[in-house]
Ligand binder design. Structure first.
Ligand code: DX5
Ligand code: ZN
Length: 217
């Protein structure tokens, strides 16, 4: 099943509750919540207090994408603030701490994910595949919305789809960055099933149509 996860990075934060209700009514499956610390990526976005407020405003599944160094420091806090899935970058710490972060998230009965930056090879997912609920392949350099889709990530998506089918078939495969009604067809063909889209949804005149087009392209 294809899921669409609008990224609120492109939403109007002055009315975040209404923005999220709008995409819920528009048929979105997940809310993608981008956390940036100004160190792991060259930008700062939103964090725990905003997540707590959003949790009160919606029942939607919140997919928290932590673009922060040493995410183990905050894994528990993001679970407690109301994330349904907490996703950590494999480049953000050593393997042992990444495994410990996944363990913390699972112990708190939340879903756990790992993310790979564009320069990180598919094999970097291998130590974690049997332990996570979702793998995110970045299709832009993380840090900013509105960038162009990197077509050279398609073989990596296909490689990870191959690993997932073999090792953990229930694991979801998410893509993030430059996804619109055109690029969504390519990533689905390569094996992705959760499609993050920021500007293509929130900047669209008709968000429901944008979500539908991304899902059905
Ligand atoms: C980028 C973020 C993305 C971003 C996607 O670092 O992780 O979730 O919001 O934005 P678009 O869809 O505009 O590329
Ligand atoms: Zn993201």
């Amino acid at each position: 099943m294809i899921k669409v996860a609008p990224s609120i990075l492109s939403a109007d934060f002055s009315k975040l509750g209404a923005e999220v209700e709008d995409i819920r009514l528009g048929g979105a499956d997940y809310v993608h919540f981008d956390v940036m610390d100004g160190r792991f990526v060259p930008n700062i976005s939103i964090g725990i207090p905003v997540l707590k407020s959003l949790r009160k405003a919606t029942d939607m599944f919140i997919d928290a994408h932590l673009m922060i160094v040493e995410p183990i420091r905050y894994a528990e806090a993001f679970c407690q603030a109301g994330a349904d899935l907490v996703n950590v970058h494999v480049e953000a710490d050593g393997e042992e701490n990444t495994l410990a972060a996944i363990d913390t998230i699972k112990t708190l009965e939340k879903k756990a994910g790992i993310t790979l930056k564009p320069g990180t090879p598919a094999e970097a997912a291998l130590p974690f595949i049997d332990k996570v609920d979702l793998i995110l392949v970045m299709t832009v350099e993380p840090g900013f919305g509105g960038q162009s889709f990197m077509h050279d990530m398609l073989p990596k998506i296909a490689a990870i789809r191959g690993y997932i089918d073999k090792i953990n078939p229930l694991c979801e495969l998410e893509v993030d960055g430059g996804i619109d009604a055109h690029t969504s067809a390519l990533v689905k063909e390569a094996g992705a099933n959760v499609l993050v889209a920021g500007s293509a949804v929130f900047k669209a005149a008709d968000r429901a149509a944008a979500i539908r087009d991304i899902r059905n392209a």
